[in-house]
Design a protein around this ligand. Structure first.
Ligand code: SF4
Length: 445
């Protein structure tokens, strides 16, 4: 039995590291606490509860998590400190021993945050740091913490899937988030309808390996897409990321003629060398990837295509990187998201003998980032002078307003033309020249 009075009039502060999924989940934790009577602490105000949602994608991420925990504890002495997320799952006991940490909740436990808090407080944990941790083994992670959050942004993030069954050799995510699982299409449609009722116009579908949707319910991702496409009021859906082997040709066909799924794809390639893809245990080769890009562009010539690439992974010999670079240079894609490889304890990549030094990793990143910039600028330049519908986002008073076109071009409205009432509105504009730092095209109303 949860003692709701224990939550009344408390304040909470949140800190999130990592991916969109984590941000979306933190916002849901905030909602759960708010429903119990806890309000978010104002800047500089002491918080009774501190919640840190961690990431473990790289060694640097682990380090940043520890720093964030120390900072939150320092800034909020006597606060009840909860740590959750991927780093908390992977290193639960270590994290629980950090000074000031009360409660560590792994991936299976975080959905029951309120219950864990209530139980800890009933044991008197509000006075001294408890240093408790609750985290089951990866194979036992079964819960799905639903999440559809708006946060401070115009867009909603709807979590449609969690976990991953792929076990790519460099990745710890399956260990941190468990096996793939998902809620039903009906429950996700209900969440999207709720977002529409709250005035939401754009929803981004998030997850760890979204294309794997259906393993729990026996449904298919394309059926989820078809069902969401019918949700009245939601004008735009985006899919945060889809593995190339799970991006069905039928899904591409559907998106090309759908009502609300945008011509915007984000596909993790990781390497453009077949040798490296094999070492990574990725489930496709580059010819499959090239086929997907060609098909998208054939059906949606103006589609924005973002591609994740990892540089300096174990086994990426110089000739393999050159091969990757040339492959990417020849693809009709819009932007590269470049990640330097980071050694992760417990991953099988550590048994690959060839190691890329940091200097080469940096040089490779730099070359790919320059290539990305070239491609993005060319894509933007092609659109100058065209008409486009832009969904504008809230801006601080006196600042330029920004928004995105259907195909994810960032558009800027100068402060003199920005209006509060444009926030969360779809407005037709003509796309003008580049803005001052070439990160957006100027809107002409
Ligand atoms: S598909 Fe591979 S890289 Fe992506 S989460 Fe799963 S194991 Fe990690």
């Amino acid at each position: 039995m949860i003692d709701t009075s224990a939550f009344q009039n408390k304040t909470a502060a949140y800190f999130t590291l990592g991916c969109k999924l984590n941000f979306s989940e933190t916002s849901t934790f905030g909602q759960m606490l708010q429903n119990m009577g806890v309000r978010t602490a104002r800047k500089g105000e002491h918080a009774d509860i501190c919640l840190i949602n961690t990431c473990s994608v790289t060694e640097v991420a682990d380090h940043k998590c520890r720093q964030a925990i120390h900072r939150m504890v320092r800034e909020n002495p006597h606060s009840f400190v909860v740590v959750t997320g991927c780093y908390a799952q992977l290193e639960a006991e270590t994290v629980s021993k950090i000074d000031g940490v009360d409660l560590v909740l792994g991936s299976n436990e975080k959905a029951n945050l309120i219950q864990f808090l209530s139980e800890a407080w009933s044991r008197g944990g509000e006075k001294d740091a408890l240093h408790e941790f609750h985290s089951v083994q990866t194979k036992d992670i079964r819960t799905f913490a639903p999440s559809c959050s708006r946060g401070n942004r115009t867009r909603y993030f709807l979590k449609v899937q969690d976990g991953c069954n792929y076990f790519c050799t460099y990745c710890t995510i399956p260990y941190a988030r468990g096996f793939s699982r998902n809620p039903s299409i009906a429950s996700l449609v209900a969440q999207a309808e709720q977002a529409a009722r709250e005035g939401g116009k754009e929803i981004v579908l998030t997850g760890v390996n979204i294309g794997d949707f259906g393993v729990t319910t026996g449904e298919h991702f394309i059926d989820l897409v078809r069902a969401l496409d019918q949700v009245k009021g939601i004008r735009r859906f985006r899919i945060s990321s889809l593995e190339p082997d799970l991006l069905d040709d039928a899904l591409i066909d559907y998106c090309a003629s759908s009502r609300a799924f945008m011509p915007h794809f984000h596909i993790p390639l990781q390497s453009g060398s077949d040798e490296v893809l094999r070492l990574m245990h990725r489930r496709y080769d580059r010819s499959l990837f090239a086929h997907k890009i060609a098909l998208i562009k054939e059906q949606m010539p103006d589609a924005f295509i973002g591609v994740d690439v990892m540089v300096g992974s174990r086994g990426e010999k110089p000739e393999y990187f050159e091969d990757c670079y040339n492959f990417l240079a020849g693809l009709d894609i819009t932007q590269l998201h470049v990640f330097p490889y980071s050694e992760r304890p417990g991953t099988s990549a550590l048994s690959i003998p060839y190691v890329v030094n940091d200097k080469d990793k940096k040089l490779r990143s730099k070359r790919l980032l320059a290539l990305s910039d070239e491609k993005t600028q060319a894509f933007y330049a092609k659109h100058i002078g065209r008409q486009a519908e832009v969904l504008f986002e809230k801006a601080a008073r006196g600042k330029a307003m920004h928004g995105f076109t259907k195909n994810y071009i960032r558009v800027e409205l100068p402060p003199s033309m920005a209006r509060e009432e444009y926030d969360n509105q779809l407005i037709d504009v003509t796309l003008g020249e580049f803005n001052h730092d070439r990160s957006a095209l100027k809107a002409i109303l």
